[in-house]
Design a protein around this ligand. Structure first.
Ligand SMILES: C[S@@+](CC[C@H](N)C(=O)[O-])C[C@H]1O[C@@H](n2cnc3c(N)ncnc32)[C@H](O)[C@@H]1O
Length: 223
């Protein structure tokens, strides 16, 4: 996608009640080519392009029949899955409400709730080939705390993937600061044949988010 067009950038006047950082956020949002493209393509989030780009590179969605989307709201990733794997069963969960998407079962609840994994599994009706996690903890502004909280979600997603995936399946998760920590990396390498990190072009350069792609699930007996 072209990033040109600087001269056409929209300028945001600073409203009295808007803080400097929210003005910066709004300005960047208004001038972001992915935000514009998402509107044109009917995607609910610019995040849709991160999954599209990761799929272009790693063929994550090829032939999948069951997909779990952790942190589904507002639904951009699920729209991409629906489009690229039209027959796949999709089950998602989020703390926030998500507008319905055709053929997608959505739970509005905390993935860390003890009841959540069984509900997702039951709704899917069989083992997924792909578990996606774009979950991000609400940041509190304290770097270590934010990192630990988000990595806690990644780890919970990893265990869910290990407990539910079909052999050969993939776990894709958003991670922070260049990758996974050693314990999580060891866990993933034990259960998956390949573990890679990627930063798709749609992921902002100044954001510390990356994605980990654990592919080739070895199966529960082998792990
Ligand atoms: C970056 S957004 C996901 C965007 C989504 N992939 C899309 O394309 O529209 C991250 C989501 O993770 C959700 N989230 C964070 N913690 C969660 C938790 N414990 N359980 C469920 N969802 C959670 C947030 O509410 C938020 O909607």
């Amino acid at each position: 996608m072209s990033r040109s067009g600087k001269d056409r950038d929209t300028r945001v006047k600073t409203a009295k009640k808007r803080t400097a950082s929210s003005t910066r956020w709004l300005q960047r949002q208004l001038n972001d080519p992915y935000v514009k493209q998402a509107k044109a393509d009917g995607y609910r989030s610019r995040a849709a392009y991160k999954l599209s780009e990761l799929d272009d590179k790693y063929s994550l969605l090829k032939g999948v029949t069951r997909v779990v989307d952790l942190g589904i709201a507002p639904g951009g990733w699920a729209q991409v899955v629906r489009k690229r794997a039209p027959k796949a069963a999709i089950v998602g969960i989020d703390l926030l409400p998500t507008e319905p998407i055709d053929g997608v079962t959505i739970f509005e609840m905390d993935f860390l709730d003890d009841a959540a994994p069984a509900l997702l599994e039951e709704a899917l009706g069989g083992p997924p080939e792909l578990v996606l996690s774009d979950m991000a903890a609400n940041t509190v502004g304290h770097k270590q705390t934010d990192h630990l909280r988000t990595m806690g979600l990644v780890e919970a997603g990893a265990w869910f993937a290990i407990e539910t995936l079909a052999p050969g399946g993939t776990y894709l998760a958003k991670v922070l600061a260049g990758g996974t920590d050693t314990a999580l990396l060891t866990l993933l390498k034990t259960h998956f044949r390949s573990v890679k990190h990627a930063k798709p072009p749609a992921s902002r350069k100044d954001s510390s988010e990356w994605y980990v792609i654990a592919a080739g699930f070895k199966g529960r007996a082998e792990g």
